[in-house]
Design a protein around this ligand. Structure first.
Ligand SMILES: *Cc1c(COP(=O)(O)O)cnc(C)c1O
Length: 378
């Protein structure tokens, strides 16, 4: 390049990767894509070439969106900047001002806040009802969407997806399912009749607690709308985070297999310990197992302050689903924003501990938890 130094120093790094047969998709960490000429710009808008600007589309984010959709057996999907933005974009693809959304009471705390405090400001009406009871009697003329989670957080109620899908179908409503806790390894809600399936990819899909990302899969027409919303609302994911999440997806099955096996054994051990009032662990999610989160209530039998201080290598966090075993404190973090009476109704007590069971040797996990409970026991 026959330019002067300053020009050269700007352009010299712009090596093209075309024609290099990389085994793994390279990270397209670029905010925009170049055009050969004016015809090439036209080609983008007629669909004859891909990519203009990363907010509107990027190979890494596209790869993630489509990969998750395939795992969910859904026709199409997009990746977004977080689980919450995927939920927002998904709901806004179905509901507009004046419409009514019927949501389950026992949702992830952030989802509750989005629905109760933000979407209502957009003019969307939202009601929260216990989905295990009668859904139909709470429907209104303007109801357009049913929203729930395949396994709820933190009490791990398993949604009866067949029943909910039947209600949605009967009344021609759309059904959106948060499948974060179950993952497509255990449950594929699209197959059961959901129109949209959403993930906090921050959790098991990424799997290593090093990204914040979301994924939305579902009906082709809805994803087409969602893709536009994602662009217009600026909810896009960064290429690097998409790349890391795709990397995580490749080990989803082996991680889940171990997570689930360990969780089953920990749930058993916890139910035998005298420092535990109650163990929440699903009895049936799928033939592959019942998930990897075990929630215990120690309110009456152990001191939660001492318990949390005695966990040795098990870290206290406000998240879940990494390869390391961690614990979270729902009433102090994820479910802090819920009204007190909803907390009481749901059973979010001061001694409720959510355990995200990792992939370590299960005997180490059990021993460490038992030791902390022994110390804390009243
Ligand atoms: C974490 C989580 C979310 C929110 O996802 P972010 O990636 O934190 O935005 C939504 N639903 C469930 C079930 C979650 O666990």
């Amino acid at each position: 390049m026959g330019h002067q130094f300053d020009t050269k120093s700007v352009h010299v790094t712009m090596k093209r990767t075309e024609g290099i047969p990389a085994k793994v998709t390279p990270i397209h960490q670029t905010s925009a894509f170049t055009f050969k000429n004016l015809q090439d710009i036209e080609n983008f808008f007629t669909g004859d070439r891909d990519y203009l600007y990363t907010r509107t589309g990027n190979p890494n984010t596209d790869e993630l969106g489509r990969a998750v959709a395939q795992l969910e057996s859904a026709p199409d999907g997009i990746a977004t900047s977080s689980g919450l933005s995927a939920i927002m974009v998904g709901i806004l693809s179905v509901a507009k001002a004046g419409d009514h959304v019927l949501a389950s009471t026992d949702l992830y705390g952030g989802t509750y806040e989005l629905l109760a405090n933000e979407l209502t400001d957009f003019g969307i009406e939202v009601s929260f009802i216990p989905f295990e009871q009668d859904i139909e009697s709470h429907m209104k003329d303007n109801t357009v969407l049913l929203y729930t989670e395949s396994i709820t957080n933190p009490l791990l109620r398993v949604e009866d997806l067949d029943r909910v899908a039947q209600v949605a179908k009967k009344h021609q409503l759309k059904l959106m399912i948060d499948n974060t806790f179950a993952t497509p390894y255990l449950v594929q809600p699209y197959d059961k009749g959901a129109n949209l399936v959403v993930h906090s990819a921050t959790k098991y899909l990424g799997g290593h607690s090093d990204i914040t990302a979301g994924a939305l899969s579902g009906d082709e027409e809805l994803i087409e709308v969602a893709r536009k919303k994602c662009v217009n609302l600026g909810a896009n994911l960064s290429p690097f985070e998409a790349w890391l999440t795709v990397r995580g997806l490749k080990t989803l099955s082996v991680r889940m297999e171990r997570h689930v096996k360990n969780a089953e054994q920990l749930a058993q051990a916890m139910s035998k310990h005298p420092g535990v009032d109650k163990v929440y662990y699903p009895t049936y999610v799928s033939e592959k197992g019942n998930g990897a989160i075990v929630t215990i209530d120690i309110t009456g039998k152990a001191d939660e302050e001492i318990f949390f201080e005695s966990l040795d290598w098990i870290k206290i966090v406000a998240t879940l689903a990494g390869v390391e075993t961690t614990v979270s404190y729902p009433i102090g973090t994820s479910h802090r924003a819920l009204p007190k009476e909803t907390q009481d109704e749901l059973g979010i007590t001061k001694g409720l501990v959510r355990i995200s069971v990792g992939i370590e040797d299960v005997s180490d996990i059990i021993q460490t938890m038992e030791k902390a409970l022994d110390k804390a026991q009243k």
